[in-house]
Ligand binder design. Structure first.
Ligand code: SAM
Length: 281
């Protein structure tokens, strides 16, 4: 039986990192052995697996177990209205420019590593406020993630005080108008917002299929888990799904400066497709 003293051998650590990389693209650093062991020890116990050799056999034959591994190794920290200056740019520039184009269609937004949904619901409350005050404006939001566990939470959409604190503080009128206390003592968005948000399991290493291009993509606090080559592949997928003149937002500790991509910088954390990109289609 696996216990607190059980260690992950270097060989098994290497194998596990390779499995995680193959299935998510995530690169686990050399120094993350303890973290990985900490996240998986409980799982091995739950499924009565005595060692990593048996665990690898199970992963190879059971897609559900692979999803469980992905759920456990991803880092899902998020909250509503994270990094206010990105939201300012979104409201004041991206939405305004979309509206000025007088498109006869809904604005399409993709939260490409949506975690438990705080980011897509933040987009939702901001855009619902625009919809209420702007004749003919509508929107649709896709939230995707590689972890089914966080998407299940996103589908429910019930958020604690801590998860909504930044939105409540920075945008009190929007918070009070579009979020309601629910029976669990948490907060949820109004149904008309929820009906415009869809969630989908998606691995950023693969191209998102069956979708039209988006006006804005949020790809925040996820690139950091990938090596440079994979970041470029992901950004190429995103580039091909962004409308010309659309915007890409990334996370606070991220930059595209040293990467070969089709994007140009607008300001820190904000990018748009270069007018003509050298990236082959
Ligand atoms: C730290 S959260 C960021 C959530 C949100 N974008 C934010 O900035 O608050 C990172 C998310 O990326 C997801 N993720 C990691 N690898 C992924 C992949 N290959 N494809 C899609 N999502 C991935 C994780 O499951 C996690 O929910």
């Amino acid at each position: 039986m696996i216990d607190e003293k059980t260690q992950l051998s270097d060989t098994d650590f290497t194998k596990l990192r390779a499995i995680i990389h193959k299935n998510t693209g995530i690169t686990i650093g050399d120094n993350r052995k303890k973290m990985l062991m900490g996240r998986l020890r409980g799982r091995l116990r739950e499924i009565d697996t005595i060692d990593f050799k048996s665990y690898f056999a199970r992963l190879a034959s059971d897609a559900g177990e692979m999803q469980e591994l992905i759920n456990r190794v991803t880092t899902n920290k998020t909250y509503c209205y994270r990094t206010p200056r990105v939201w300012q740019h979104f409201s004041e520039t991206a939405v305004t420019e979309f509206h000025a184009k007088k498109e006869k269609r809904a604005m399409r937004i993709w939260s490409a590593a949506a975690s438990s949904g705080e980011e897509p619901y933040t987009i939702g409350v901001l855009l619902e406020d625009v919809r209420k005050s702007t004749l003919g404006f509508d929107y649709s939001i896709l939230g995707s993630d590689v972890s089914q566990r966080v998407l299940d939470k996103a589908d429910v959409g019930s958020y604690s005080d801590a998860a909504v604190a930044s939105l409540r503080m920075e945008k009190p009128d929007i918070f009070n108008t579009y979020m309601r206390a629910n029976d669990e003592g948490n907060f949820s968005v109004l149904p008309e917002i929820k009906s415009r948000i869809k969630f989908k399991l998606h691995n950023l290493n693969e191209r998102l299929k069956n979708t039209r291009p988006f006006d804005v993509v949020f790809l925040r606090n996820v690139l950091i888990y990938f090596a440079q080559a994979e970041q470029e592949v992901i950004l190429d997928h995103v580039y091909k799904l962004l409308e010309p003149g659309g915007y890409l937002y990334i996370g606070e500790s991220e930059t595209l400066t040293r990467l070969n991509t089709g994007f140009e910088s607008v300001e820190p954390l904000v990018y748009r497709p270069k007018p003509t990109s050298g990236i082959a289609g």
